[in-house]
Write a protein that binds this ligand. Sequence first.
Ligand code: DX5
Ligand code: ZN
Length: 218
Amino acid sequence: MMNHLVSPSLLAADFGNLARDVEIINRSEADWIHCDIMDGMFVPNISFGFPVIEHVKKIARKPLDVHLMIVDPDRYLVKWKETGADILTVQYEACVHLHRTVSEIRKLGMKAGVAVNPHTPVSLLKNILPYIDMVLIMTVNPGFGGQSFIQESYSKISELSKMIKTGGHNVLIEVDGGIDTKNASKLVETGVNVLVAGNSVFGSKDPEATIRQLKRLE
Ligand code: DX5
Ligand code: ZN
């Protein structure tokens, strides 16, 4: 079993001091930097886009884990590669031709992820697992940071973990929404490989220490 990864979410950073917060992630034990892209259509919120992530890429010393919460993501795959995405995750519900989309992401040289909303069953992913590197299980309804974790997510994680093992796939399971130092251990025990954390990290007194706690679970 691999050690789990931690991907702090910039959505909860101080946008007036973004470079300082990226630097906190750089010097911390975090593995990736989670970037939430929202278009005001797929989700009822707008976050940040290319110009902001371009600047983040210039100073980031960790891979960019870009989570697209946008309709019709195919329009921007090349642009995300150019902007510096290392892992590019699209929402299952936003893709009509998901196999084409994830194949294109890999062809461009990025790792391909597929995110599922809380109501989307993981069984729908069976035939796409051979073509992707990661599944992101949304543990809140996407759109905002600081929401509470949906408890039913545990059964989705174990079901997906079994599907991945049975099929012999090389696919990571990431969770996103309401993750903190209290539920992280149980999530990793259930089969999670990557923990995204926004408010629990940047809302804490010492974000670097919180990242260390999320990384070194008891
Ligand atoms: C929600 C985003 C999350 C968000 C998580 O739509 O996809 O990545 O930043 O924030 P917290 O950890 O505060 O729930
Ligand atoms: Zn996210």
